[in-house]
Design a protein around this ligand. Structure first.
Ligand code: ADP
Length: 379
């Protein structure tokens, strides 16, 4: 096991269209035994960052360290990492056992007996003991994924690197393999970096999440932290499903004035926002589960909208409301009854309201010591 340290790492690709800055001054520490997920939209630089750690891409600038060793320039097979890819990368002409043994035969001087023992143990762990003599073409996608993970395990690496390993599986299997991979990682305690574009995967699997956009880190934190206290509007929008509600507006005194509603802030929060902001236009944000629907008489701070669509999810329902151009998504308990077409009044508890600056995207309200909230679990 090993810690990983990335210091001011940059990657510039030379392409036909000129230089592409894929990873822009990224610094990151992954603790010994930690499971860290790098998440972001397609093209944000996740794979490039992982491949630089693996040694599959050169590092343009900066330093990557695994354990006590600076690994810039160290060959991939000498970095103590094992990587699991989205396409599994199994050798089609080899059996499962041969696929799992191959790397060990190539890069270690372990005896045949020792290799067999390691492969058997990893196969047992991944539940593929009865597949060892089969060829990849005779395996399902889920089984191939297990073989690819088993092949990483036999190497007993310092670090696991996962590049979207579950993307090719169907939704149900993906859900199952998430818990499988978590179990294996916990059992082995191997430091792991996991890349995905799927925020739910990141939220459910990781000790900490790194959110990347345009090659830059937007926020690093536990799933609870990035959910409850997004550093900026990008994170607020990217993490959580359905997404946070956002409304543009301006301040008049301590009141936020949007297109279809006004929201009075307390003096202390309003002055915090006024001190921090750079733009006239600001964006108010609130998560669907934090909107409080009640039939109370309309007074200051009460917002009204009409219920266009009611979506039944079972334990929770989602209400989609509109007022003018403003659209609201609201999560309510499944046993509450609403009717499409009705007019609803609701309030926004100030401790759950975020305000983002238009120019910088920064969240202008500092940590308020709110207790961590659990994000809704969806498949
Ligand atoms: P992600 O994994 O988040 O989808 P990538 O790391 O694959 O992102 O890509 C980041 C950026 O680098 C993108 O703009 C992509 O087009 C570019 N890129 C990736 N690989 C190469 C390459 N080999 N040559 C040129 N540009 C590349």
């Amino acid at each position: 096991m090993s810690r990983i340290e990335i210091d001011d790492v940059r990657k510039v690709y030379d392409s036909d269209e000129g230089k592409i800055l894929a990873v822009d001054d990224v610094s990151l520490e992954v603790k010994d035994g930690e499971f860290v997920t790098i998440v972001g939209p397609s093209g944000s630089g996740k794979s490039t960052l992982l491949r630089m750690i693996a040694g599959l891409e050169d590092i343009t600038d900066g330093k990557a360290q695994i354990g006590d060793t600076v690994v810039n320039g160290v060959a991939p097979q000498n970095r103590g990492v094992a990587m699991v890819f989205q396409n599994y990368a199994l050798y089609p002409h080899m059996t499962v056992r041969e696929n799992m043994s191959y790397g060990l035969k190539l890069t270690t001087d372990l005896s045949g007996e020792k290799i067999k023992q390691r492969v058997d143990e990893a196969a047992e762990m991944m539940g593929i003991g009865d597949l060892l003599e089969k060829k990849p073409e005779n395996l399902s996608g889920g089984q191939q994924q297990r073989v690819a993970t088993g092949r990483a395990i036999v190497r007993e690496p310092e670090v696991f690197l996962f590049d979207e390993p579950l993307s090719n599986l169907d939704a149900k299997l993906r859900l199952h393999m998430r818990t499988e991979l978590q179990r294996i990682q916990e059992e082995l305690g191997t430091t792991s970096i996991y890349v995905t574009h799927d925020q739910t995967e990141a939220m459910t699997m990781s000790d900490r999440i790194v959110i990347l956009s345009d090659g830059q880190i937007q926020q690093i934190g536990t799933p609870e932290e990035v959910y409850a206290e997004p550093a900026n509007q990008f994170v607020a929008n990217f993490i959580g499903s359905p997404s946070m509600n956002f409304f543009e507006g301006e301040f008049e005194g301590s009141t936020f004035v949007g297109d279809s509603f006004e929201y009075p802030f307390s003096e202390s929060i309003a002055s915090q926002i006024q001190d921090e902001r750079e733009s006239e236009t600001l964006t108010l944000g609130i998560r669907p589960e934090h909107v409080e629907v009640d039939g109370a008489a309309v007074d200051s701070g009460t917002i009204s909208a009409s219920l266009d669509v009611l979506e039944h999810e079972g334990s929770d329902n989602y209400l989609y409301l509109t007022n003018g151009d403003d659209e609201w998504t609201v999560r309510v308990p499944g046993h509450d009854h609403y009717h499409e077409g009705e007019h609803l009044n609701f309030t926004l508890p100030e401790e759950h309201v975020h305000v983002f600056d238009e120019a910088t995207g920064e969240n202008l309200i500092e940590h308020r010591g709110e207790t961590a909230v659990s994000p809704p679990q969806s498949a």
